[in-house]
Design a protein around this ligand. Sequence first.
Ligand SMILES: Cc1cc2nc3c(=O)[nH]c(=O)nc-3n(C[C@H](O)[C@H](O)[C@H](O)COP(=O)(O)O)c2cc1C
Length: 174
Amino acid sequence: MQIKKAYTQAVSRKYPEAVVIAIAKDGKGRYNPITLGWTMITSHKPPMMAIAVGLARHSRAVIEEAGEFVLAFPSSTMADAALFYGTNSGRDMDKMQEFPVATQPATEVDSVLLADAVANFECKLESQLVTGDHVLFVGRIVASHVNTDETVKRLYTLAPGYKMGGVVAAKVDG
Ligand SMILES: Cc1cc2nc3c(=O)[nH]c(=O)nc-3n(C[C@H](O)[C@H](O)[C@H](O)COP(=O)(O)O)c2cc1C
């Protein structure tokens, strides 16, 4: 049975929600990470993924100007970093300097991979669409990377209020 509720109450049932971190290089040469819950795969051939970024966010201009970004699937050990990157702005600080995490250079775009993430995807900005108060950035994936440790758990938001925890990733073949 269904009972009618306010949208905000009904949509809070979406959890658990996978967390991603998008990293793009800003005009000052800093790699700016933003934590995002609103993300999806949009194409298989060619592979593409989309993220919804608030119109007023610093990352909106950074990603638009860079025209490329890395999309990382953080591991459960990265909850504190994800919370920091998701509650502080690159407008005010160099987030990766304030809260350092292990990185590796990306191979096809000017950004960094998060070394402890479950997986990283290098994306070229393919298209964008303003949807209400967010912009949907669609990235064409030009390189993909997986963690050599297949036991790492993927980070999810488990409940409202940014309560995060780990979920075991499906086994990677090959
Ligand atoms: C778990 C989590 C999920 C988030 N999801 C989104 C999202 O999907 N879209 C968005 O625009 N902001 C999202 N945020 C908020 C941004 O990460 C936050 O506003 C960040 O400080 C923006 O950084 P910037 O100013 O450097 O762009 C999320 C934050 C957290 C902690």
